[in-house]
Structures are given as structure tokens and as C-alpha cells.
Design a protein around this ligand. Structure first.
Ligand code: AMP
Length: 188
């Protein structure tokens, strides 16, 4: 059972790579952003609750995210592995993830981070805004998402470094080049 966290700021290419990794290894891809966007577009009570927070580029509460992840694990108990994309994003979520996995006698196997400089990130996200029309890809929301990342998510780097499972890869190059580097790091 391999539990991989793909880590990095918004726009680093986690989503694209997570899909490819899941296909290659037969693991389940979990994107909390996709899960939340689907709730919003279906207009569910959860979706109504989180829509504004997401559109503004802020983080949804730890409590809701942990509930979502609990049901993901319950609903996928037969999965060979997970690629987590966009979770955890706070120290609280990281600690809770460890506790959740422990209940299933599992743990986070590896955290692979994609690093991309900030100017390139903003360029990529705004391009995606044009292509996909994501509401949280507006300039103001993008700024907020990067602030949230630096403030809440970056501290996880030390958390996972201390656990000895963190590895950083440079996220600039073709999709295939980065994918090859990720696979090498996964197999190592
Ligand atoms: P993403 O597609 O991963 O960039 O997520 C889009 C938005 O969903 C984020 O800007 C947050 O508002 C929300 N979101 C996704 N994952 C999380 C998380 N782990 N914790 C808090 N909010 C999240």
C-alpha cells in the first residue's frame, strides 16, 4: 500500500502529474480541490457552504477536509495506493492524516514536492483561468492562494522532512520529463 503526497504550490502541476501517476501505478487519485468543485457544481449543502471560500482563494476548514478524507478512505478500502493532490494543506490536516492512516495500519510513504518559481506559477495559473474558467483563478484569488500556501502549507515541508520522507523535484520541464523524475523517486 503506497500513500504518496504530491506537494507544491497551486500551479506547480500536481493535478496533471497525479493523474499520470495514478494511471501508471493503479493507485487512486484523490484531489480535494476536484471533490470540492464537484460539490459546488452540484449545488450540494457542502458545495453551498464552501463556494465563497474557494472562489476567494481561501482554505476550506480543516474540519470539513478531514470529514471528506475520512469518507474517501472508507469508500476506497480496497485501493492499492493513493496519490493525494491538494491534501494535506495545513499542519492540522497532516497530523490528522497520520492518525487516520494509522487506524488502517498505514502511513504516508513519501512526499514528493514540485518546486516552481513564483513568477512561473502566476503565469501558469492565469493561463489555466483562460482555458478552464476556474473562478478561483482570478488575479486576486490567485494571490490569496499563494499567500495561503506560504502561510499554512509550506510549514508541512519541515513536518515531512523530520519524518524523513520528503523529497523535492524541480517542476520545470515537459510533463513527460517531470513524470519520469517522479516515477524514479517513487520507485527509489
Ligand atoms: P486545488 O484544486 O487543490 O487548488 O483546490 C482548490 C481550492 O479548494 C483551494 O483553493 C481551497 O479553497 C480548497 N481546498 C482544496 N483542498 C483543500 C485542503 N486540503 N484544505 C483546505 N482547502 C482546500
Amino acid at each position: 500500500m503506497y500513500n504518496l503526497i504530491l506537494f507544491g504550490p497551486p500551479g506547480a502541476g500536481k493535478g496533471t502529474q497525479a493523474v499520470k501517476i495514478a494511471a501508471q501505478y493503479g493507485w487512486k487519485h484523490i484531489s480535494t480541490g476536484d471533490i470540492l468543485r464537484s460539490e459546488v457544481s452540484r449545488g450540494t449543502p457542502l458545495g453551498l457552504k464552501v463556494r465563497e471560500v474557494m472562489d476567494a482563494g481561501h482554505l476550506v476548514s480543516d474540519e470539513l477536509l478531514i470529514e471528506i478524507m475520512e469518507s474517501v478512505f472508507i469508500g476506497n478500502s480496497d485501493a492499492k495506493g493513493f496519490v493525494l493532490d491538494g491534501f494535506p494543506r495545513t499542519l492540522n490536516q497532516a497530523r490528522e492524516l497520520d492518525r487516520m492512516l494509522e487506524r488502517y495500519n498505514r502511513k504516508v510513504t513519501r512526499v514528493l514536492a514540485l518546486t516552481v518559481d513564483e513568477e512561473e506559477l502566476v503565469k501558469r495559473i492565469l493561463k489555466r483561468a483562460q482555458e478552464q474558467g476556474r473562478l478561483d483563478d482570478s488575479e486576486e484569488a490567485v494571490k490569496n492562494r499563494l499567500i495561503q500556501y506560504h502561510h499554512h502549507t509550506e510549514p508541512l515541508i519541515d513536518y515531512y522532512k523530520n519524518a524523513g520522507i520528503f523529497r523535492e523535484l524541480y517542476g520545470i520541464g515537459t510533463v513527460e520529463e517531470i513524470f519520469d523524475q517522479l516515477c524514479t523517486a517513487i520507485d527509489a
